[in-house]
Design a protein around this ligand. Structure first.
Ligand SMILES: [Zn+2]
Length: 170
C-alpha cells in the first residue's frame, strides 16, 4: 500500500502540474485543473475536444451502471474500445491544439504523462494564441511559419525558438 502511494502520488502531482501548465498556455488559470470535472473539462476545451469530454462522461456513467448490473464480457469490451477511441481523438486534438503533428499524438496515446510534460514544459504554444494560427485558419492561407532573424531558418509556428541557433521567436 505504502509502495503504491510512493508511485501513484508523484505521477498524479506531475500530471496535474503538466495539465495546469497546458491550461495556462491556453490562456486559462492553470490552478483550475485542481477542480474536479471542471478542470478536465477546461483541458478538453483547450484542445477543442469538448465533445470528447461529454462522450467520456457518458461512457463512464454507462459503464458504472452496467457494472452495477453485472455486464457481460462483450459489453465490457465495447466500453474498452469506446474509451480507447475517445483517448485517440483526444490525443489527436491535443497534439493539434499545441501545434504538434499526428505522430506526436501517438506518443500522447501510449505515454501520456511524458508527452503531456513535453507539451507543457517545452516550447510548444497553444495555437489559438498565435497570430499565425489565426492567419492559417483563414481560407487559402499558407502553412504558418516564421523566419529566424539570426540564421534565416524557417520555423513552424509551434516553435518558440529557432532549432538551428536557439534564437527566440521575434
Ligand atoms: Zn536561427
Amino acid at each position: 500500500m505504502f509502495f503504491m502511494i510512493l508511485i501513484v502520488l508523484p505521477v498524479l502531482i506531475l500530471t496535474l502540474c503538466a495539465q495546469g501548465r497546458l491550461l495556462s498556455k491556453a490562456g486559462e488559470n492553470g490552478a483550475k485543473i485542481l477542480i474536479p470535472f471542471y478542470g478536465s473539462y477546461l483541458l478538453y476545451k483547450a484542445c477543442d475536444a469538448t465533445g470528447m469530454f461529454v462522450a467520456n462522461i457518458c461512457l463512464s456513467v454507462v459503464s458504472f451502471l452496467l457494472g452495477m448490473a453485472g455486464a457481460g464480457e462483450v459489453i465490457s469490451l465495447l466500453i474498452m474500445v469506446g474509451s480507447l477511441l475517445i483517448n485517440i481523438f483526444f490525443s489527436l486534438s491535443m497534439a493539434r491544439a499545441y501545434g504538434r503533428s499526428g505522430g506526436f499524438a501517438v506518443g500522447l496515446i501510449f505515454l501520456p504523462l511524458i508527452f503531456q510534460c513535453i507539451l507543457a514544459f517545452g516550447d510548444s504554444e497553444h495555437v489559438a494564441y498565435t497570430s499565425q494560427w489565426k492567419a492559417t485558419h483563414q481560407k487559402g492561407a499558407a502553412i504558418a511559419t516564421w523566419r529566424c532573424p539570426v540564421c534565416n531558418a524557417e520555423m513552424p509556428v509551434s516553435r518558440l525558438s529557432c532549432t538551428e541557433c536557439g534564437e527566440k521567436r521575434p
